[in-house]
Every structure is written in C-alpha cells, then in structure tokens.
Design a protein around this ligand. Sequence first.
Ligand SMILES: [Zn+2]
Length: 257
Amino acid sequence: MPFWYECECGAKLDLFLDSDASCKPVCPGCKKEYHLALKPDFENLEKYYWKMDFNAVSRNIIMAQGLGDTIFVSGSGGSSIYGCISDRISKDLEFHRPITLAWQSKDRYLGMAHKIILRDLMKTFSLISEDFSSGFLKEKIEKKFNELSANLKDSKERDSREDLEYWSGLQNSAKNLLVFSRNLFATTPSFIDLLANYRSDTTIKIWENALDTQEVHEYGYMYQIRSDINYPGIFFPEIDPASFPELYTAIDNVGVN
Ligand SMILES: [Zn+2]
C-alpha cells in the first residue's frame, strides 16, 4: 500500500494488503497488533484514514500529479533515493513528473556556537585566529598536548597528587573540546540555526549569489545544483569567510589520541 499507518506509540507502520482486503500491521516497537478491515473497493478507508498518510515514495507521485507542479526541490540525501523510485513509477503510470532539483552544497559559517568553540580552542591551545587556516593547526594542538603530557609526567615523578589531578583534568577537557569541535563543524547545519544567526534578507542575498554562480549537473532523474556557501563572518570577523574551507578541514583533521 502507498501509505503508512501511525501506531499509538507514534511509529509509522508499513501496510501490506492481504487477500481479504485487510492490513494486519504489527508495530516493531510496542508490538501492538492491528487489523484494518479496509474491505473490497476500500469501503472502510475513511475509518482508518485519519491515522494514515502517504509514504515517502507515493507522496512524491501523488503531490506531483495532484498539484501539477513544474519544479520539485528535493533533498539530496535519503529522500533522493525515494525520489528515484517515485520518478520511475510516475513514468510507468504516465503521471505528471516535475523537473526535480536538489541543491547539494556545503554551508560554512561561524555562528554563535562556533564562536564559543573557537574561543575555547584559542584559550585551551594558546592559538591565534590565523592558526585555524594556516595549515599548522594540528601541529599547534599537538604541541600543547605534548606540554600537558610533560607536566603530567613531571607531576608523577614528583608524586604530587594535586598537580596530577590538575594536569590530567586539563588534558581530558582539552580532548573533549576537540571531539566537540569536530562534531560541531562536521554537522550539516539546520536551517533554523542559519535563521538564528543571520537576518533573513542576508540569507536570501547569499543564496541568490550562490545560485548565480552555480554548477548544474544532471544526475539520473534530477538536476543537482552544486554551489557551496561561505556565510559572512559577522560573529567572528577576524576570520575571512574565504578561508572557511581550510578552517573546516583543519578542525576535521585534528586527531585525539
Ligand atoms: Zn507502536
């Protein structure tokens, strides 16, 4: 069936029609069993429909056919796989198929969270803002870890419990900070975070500029727009947005031993 059914626990259950025109989904989460007696010609559909909705594949097919839209802006991740199946079914059924576009790009920006993390990194590893795009970030961070290790070794030799606790605490928090930094910079930002960090007219202007310099690739059933965006550095003006790619790569490359 091109629908899912929502279980009481919130899980979405796939529906398969039995020979007696009913569906008997079992929730894999809460194990609840359902018996949806749809009846021939789906006479009873109305009874269950309030808990049903189109699944990912049929939603694209039905919305395109119903709305007759010219362009469908798709996601470029998992939804593009469903989209590929939808497109093939629509083609076979001779349903309406809009032009599908996906904007596949990387948004690089330094928002409020990035600012806090960069300041912490600078403080913890004695960095200056230029270090993030100099190509030597990893070396500088390793140098700091070597210093911490030397202090730990010294504390052990002197058998100073207090110093040992102090330096191992610093070492652990430095390691945690690196893990946190890598995760933050590796995350695909949510649009909500961009809205929280930038005025909407700024974002619209940046997107327009990006679309003016786009590359379009035909990729199976869809067209992919590739145009990365470096948002203005309003929260961290010391770092030029042109060097964001180096900064993102440098933070991704810092290892934790
Ligand atoms: Zn359930």
